[in-house]
Design a protein around this ligand. Structure first.
Ligand code: FES
Length: 130
C-alpha cells in the first residue's frame, strides 16, 4: 500500500546530485535539478535499469545502459535509447547471431517517460509518496 517515506540522504543534495534509497519496497531516486528536488522510481523507462547508475547533467538524466535521456524536472523523454550494433566481423559467428536476435528484441521495447513521485519537504525532511 502506498505511503510516505523519508529519504534522509536527500536533504543534503546539491544541484546536479542524485541519490537512491529504498522507500518501503521501492527503490526511489531523488535528484536536485537547479535547487529543486524531484523523485522518481529508480528505474529507467526503457528496461528498468537503475537510473542512479547514469548521469545527471544540465537538466538531463541519462540512463547508463542504452543512453536514453529524460528531462530531470518532468521525466519526459528527451532522446530515445541509442542502439550501437557491433560490426558483423567483431565477434565469433554464433555470438554475433545471438546479439542480432537480442538487437531485434530490444528494438521492440518501448521507452516510457518517468513519472514524478509526490514529495513533501515540510519540517526539514524529504519524503516521497510511493
Ligand atoms: S535501460 Fe535505460 S536506456 Fe535502456
Amino acid at each position: 500500500m502506498p505511503d510516505w517515506h523519508e529519504i534522509p540522504d536527500a536533504k543534503a543534495l546539491q544541484p546536479g546530485e542524485m541519490v537512491h534509497s529504498m522507500a518501503g519496497t521501492e527503490d526511489v531516486l531523488v535528484l536536485n535539478e537547479g535547487g529543486d528536488l524531484r523523485a522518481y522510481l529508480n528505474r529507467c523507462g526503457h528496461m528498468n535499469v537503475p537510473l542512479d547508475l547514469g548521469t545527471l547533467k544540465s537538466g538531463v538524466l541519462m540512463c547508463a545502459q542504452h543512453n536514453a535521456c529524460f528531462d530531470a524536472r518532468s521525466g519526459a523523454i528527451r532522446s530515445p535509447p541509442v542502439r550501437r550494433p557491433l560490426p558483423a566481423d567483431a565477434l565469433p559467428k554464433e555470438m554475433a547471431a545471438a546479439l542480432q536476435r537480442t538487437e531485434a528484441n530490444l528494438a521492440r521495447v518501448i521507452c516510457k517517460p518517468l513519472t514524478p513521485l509526490p514529495m513533501d519537504r515540510t519540517g526539514g525532511t524529504v519524503r516521497v509518496f510511493v
